[in-house]
Design a protein around this ligand. Structure first.
Ligand SMILES: [Ca+2]
Ligand SMILES: [Ca+2]
Length: 327
């Protein structure tokens, strides 16, 4: 206990007060109304208690099935991955790329006792596959300091970790948007069958540590010499921002938005459709505007905050989603 308290004191001096709370609007709460399913199966290949001292064996806390089904509402139900450990999860229904984030990964991090801008977090890479063989990793970025090793007593800022699971505390999932992988030919982002979670080896030693998408060392707690070392997976939730699957592009109904990016007024061109219903959804999956329209309709978007949106058009039982940027 003394050790923990002195570590806290040291850290609060080093970091000072943090303005931004660990939990922001992008975090996915475990009871989010958009959650349509949780992982059905989980198989873990445990990593090392300490990758630099393999004689200590593998992490062993928790059981694989602790990561399936909804999050436990009481104590975190974990399975620990250990250094470089891997979890592969499958789902009753394939995950599709819908408007906004498509799934969220939960870990058991916790807040600093007095500074809600800091938290103890353990991070993991996230990869997806459409066949269980070929995986594509979400590009991960670490923007924090890389001079002092983050240890088992260090609290960090979650916003320094981008596209890394575990960036939020227990009960709040890190969102992942398949749209970000739309250029990848190795997976079908409308048919994701497997999600793979890979523990970040937090060591700043370039010989053993994990690197981000730009080749930078990721500073994550190391060494964590326990049976519960490494990323502690608690669950993976699939989000379903809109009730039905969006059909792939339909050549019979060529639809465009202009201008894109847009400042004030956006025109929806859909010459081959007599009429349609449109819905503008923000990156969090919330509908910000909707209505019935015909091709050439001008939609006033001047009041929307700048950012990425999706315009969803529904017609004759079909649906089409087009991304646009509001300036
Ligand atoms: Ca998406
Ligand atoms: Ca780790």
């Amino acid at each position: 206990m003394y050790k923990i308290l002195s570590a806290l004191l040291m850290l609060s001096v080093a970091y000072g007060a943090s303005a931004q709370h660990n939990i922001d609007t992008a975090a996915i709460k475990a009871d989010d109304a958009r959650i349509s399913q949780w992982a059905a199966t989980c198989v873990v290949e445990r990593g090392w208690i300490d990758i630099a001292d393999k004689g200590q064996g593998y992490a062993s806390a928790g059981a694989d099935q602790n990561a399936t089904g909804p999050l436990s509402s009481t104590t975190p139900n974990i399975v620990s991955l250990g250094d470089s450990g891997v979890a592969v999860l499958t789902f009753a229904q394939p995950i599709k790329n819908m408007a906004g984030p498509d799934f969220a990964v939960f870990e058991n991090g916790f807040l600093h006792p007095t500074d809600s801008g800091l938290a103890f977090l353990e991070l993991a890479f996230v990869e997806v596959s459409s066949d269980g063989v070929n995986y594509v990793r979400f590009p991960a970025y670490y923007n924090g300091q890389d001079t002092a090793q983050v240890t088992n007593f260090t609290y960090v800022k979650g916003q320094d970790y981008v596209n890394l699971a575990g960036r939020y505390i227990h009960g709040y999932g890190t969102p992942f948007d398949l749209e970000e992988l739309s250029d990848s030919t190795a997976v079908d982002i409308n048919n994701i069958t497997h999600v793979r979670i890979v523990d970040v080896i937090g060591s700043l030693d370039t010989a053993i540590g994990s690197k981000d998408a730009l080749g930078r060392m990721i500073n994550d707690p190391y060494a964590t010499v326990f049976a519960s070392g490494g990323f502690d997976l608690t669950g993976v939730a699939v989000l379903n921002a809109t009730p039905n699957a969006i059909k792939p592009a339909d050549n019979d109904h060529y639809i465009t938005l202009s201008p894109n990016p847009v400042k004030n007024t956006m025109v929806i061109h859909a010459d081959k459709l007599p009429a349609f219903y449109y819905q503008i959804v923000n990156i969090n999956g919330s509908t910000v505007k909707r209505g019935n329209a015909e091709s050439g309709a001008a939609v006033d978007v001047s009041a929307l905050p700048a950012g990425v949106y999706y315009c969803i058009l529904k017609y004759g039982g079909s649906k089409r989603s087009i991304k646009f940027v509001k300036q």
